[in-house]
Design a protein around this ligand. Structure first.
Ligand code: GCU
Length: 603
């Protein structure tokens, strides 16, 4: 195609993404913008705190036009809604855990916040949301200014020409109903926390600003940075500088008329690794903006049948984590929440955390990076997805773009996982996910790209591993629950493997079983007693089996903490919890924790 002669893959994808956003804007009304990056180091005013809310379980707020906040004028007038007189909810934070009447709500809550604005001429103003689960409709002073779908990635709306000087009112309709063509779809094994679950900020910039940048090592290199800077606004052909003071680097270049500048320089970096998570202060300058970031440099790649970090093989000692504060039973979002989860992963002996099954908060990713924990970041392309619905490919592309854009400078992120346990028989599943893989490679070729599969067959104590997506996955990542969902068919040490892609590293991305902490009543070889002993045996058997796996590059037990999932309805042992944690929701170590800890210690 002629167009390809003039566009690199990256540019072509960006052109497609912009085209997609325009299409979405047309087809679904106003769509929020993909957000600028590194928000924590911008000129921002936090809107976190108490927001007034209207609980709208019947979904009546749309036809009442709540965002207009009508007031009675005549003596005979009356209005059957008001924020005044209602409750407040803390933002950020899920709404389910804040009010008992919202505990199980899957529906709509209307949020309201006022702010004072004194924007100077020549400045621009953006409203930025870290995440809203699942759908957000944003109104400013009674006018709809943007919508966003997707519960785990950031978005922004420019309000430069819409905000008044003085007092302004934001109303956000938040809805966490499950939708058939959503990402995830309508069935998933975690609690569907709804709300404005991450930070909300007003960001002020100059007329042009540094919207986005990529500053990471070129794939396969240990000393060469290859990246770019993207400006947004008018007159964006500017002088650009990237400085790393500690290395005496001050790389100078110019952006083109589209605001794009290529970055390329070499240095002798202290490479980031779990043992030495070195981050450098990096300053990106344009002629009228400056953004400072903490960036590490490392190389991750598949070399033959191994995963190599910084030119040496590494075994991935991983654990699965959901974004839930186990003590408060709420969506995790603060750095303190992140440390509850990540400190426990460190104590177990991990060097990688699989952030299941959706992009976690930026706090989680940045804290992991500081602690030397590699990150596996994943899209909620989970099991039942309606790949043949015409809007799903567009949603996939937008969410992929949002996930990669936010975290591509986090060297700790080593894996983009684009799906989990989707079904080969689903129409258009292969085509849609193959396209996603190509798009992901086009925007970030420096990380491993993976699809997690559980289509393997297990018969006659033999695993037969095959799925078309493994052709497009850098790892053969598989979830298996032998010993829990499926009984052993022979000795774990006698398991045979027939892996169709014998040239790729194999990663066991989930294994395990359930136990209620402290439950040791009854026979420990009976699953229905939910005993710690039964779970412990699963772990011992799995570890025995690991020695039979060809090209094993890592293992990742499901999962670190017991967590809430309403389909887990055994009221003696589960109480609405998936109890596959090696830790209880109170952080108590089950017997299986010690088995896993010993394995990682000796690895
Ligand atoms: C699946 C899935 C998890 C789920 C787990 C389980 O493999 O990926 O999200 O929670 O099994 O059944 O506990």
């Amino acid at each position: 195609m002629k167009i390809n002669m003039y566009f690199s893959n990256q540019n072509l994808f960006r052109v497609q993404a912009i085209g997609l956003l325009c299409l979405l804007q047309f087809s679904t009304g106003l769509i929020a913008q993909t957000a600028m990056i590194n928000v924590s180091n911008r000129n921002k005013t936090s809107l976190n705190g108490q927001w007034q809310v209207i609980l709208d379980p019947a979904g009546a707020g749309d036809w009442k036009q709540v965002w207009q906040e009508k007031k009675p004028h005549e003596k005979t007038d009356f209005v059957e809604y008001s924020f005044d007189g209602g409750p407040y909810l803390k933002v950020p934070g899920d709404f389910n855990s804040q009010l008992c009447e919202l505990t199980y709500l899957e529906g709509t809550v209307w949020y309201k916040k006022q702010f004072e604005n004194s924007l100077q001429p020549g400045k621009r103003l953006f409203l930025h949301f870290g995440a809203v689960n699942y759908k957000a409709d944003v109104y400013l002073n009674g006018e709809k200014i943007g919508s966003h779908e997707g519960g785990f990635t950031p978005f922004q709306v420019e309000i430069t020409d819409k905000a008044k000087s003085g007092s302004n009112t934001i109303v956000v309709k938040v809805n966490n109903n499950r939708i058939g063509n959503g990402l995830p779809g309508i069935s998933y094994d975690w609690f569907n926390y709804g709300g404005i679950t991450r930070d909300v900020d007003l960001i002020e910039t100059n007329s042009s600003y540094i919207e986005d940048y990529l500053i990471q090592l070129k794939k396969g290199s240990l000393n060469k940075v290859l990246g770019w800077v993207q400006l947004n606004g008018a007159q964006i052909a500017q002088n650009i500088k990237v400085k790393i003071p500690e290395l005496n680097i001050a790389f100078k270049t110019k952006s083109d008329e589209k605001g794009r500048a290529k970055i390329e320089f070499s240095s002798h970096f202290k490479l980031w690794s779990p043992e030495s998570p070195k981050l450098y202060k990096v300053i990106v300058e344009s002629e009228n903006d400056e953004v400072t970031d903490s960036i590490g440099f490392r190389s991750i790649e598949v070399k033959g049948k191994e995963v190599w970090l910084n030119g040496k093989p590494i075994f991935l000692k991983a654990v699965n984590i959901h974004e839930e504060n186990p003590h408060t039973k709420a969506r995790a979002h603060t750095s303190e929440d992140a440390h509850i989860l990540l400190d426990a992963a460190k104590e177990l002996g991990c060097n990688l955390v699989r952030l299941a099954h959706y992009p976690h908060s930026e706090n989680m990713v940045r804290e992991a990076e500081k602690m030397g924990l590699m990150v596996w970041s994943e899209l909620p392309v989970y099991q039942h997805i309606q790949f043949s619905d015409s809007v799903v490919p567009k949603k996939l592309e937008l969410m992929l773009n949002e996930m990669v854009r936010r975290d591509k400078n986090r060297c700790g992120v080593i894996v983009w996982s684009l799906s989990n346990e989707t079904y080969p028989g689903t129409p258009n599943r292969n085509e849609a996910l193959i396209k996603m893989t190509q798009k992901c490679k086009a925007i970030d070729s420096t990380r491993l790209i993976v699809h997690v599969i559980n289509t393997q067959a297990y018969a006659n104590n033999t695993f037969k591993v095959w799925d078309p997506l493994y052709n497009y996955s850098d790892l053969v990542a598989l979830n298996e629950y032998i010993g829990w969902y499926i009984p052993w068919q022979g000795k774990p040490s006698d398991v045979k493997w027939n892996v169709a892609f014998s040239d790729k590293p194999v990663f066991i991305s989930e294994f395990g079983g359930e136990a209620k902490y402290g439950s040791n009543d009854g026979a420990t070889d009976v699953a229905a007693n939910w005993t710690e002993g039964y779970q412990e045996k699963i772990y011992k058997d799995q570890i025995e089996m690991f020695n039979t796996i060809p090209n094993l590059c890592g293992v990742c037990p499901w999962l670190l903490f017991d967590y809430r999932s309403l389909g887990r309805m055994n009221q003696v042992y589960q109480q609405g919890y998936n109890r596959k944690g090696v830790l209880s929701e109170h952080g108590e170590k089950k017997k299986a924790w010690h088995i896993m800890h010993e394995y990682f210690k000796n690895k």
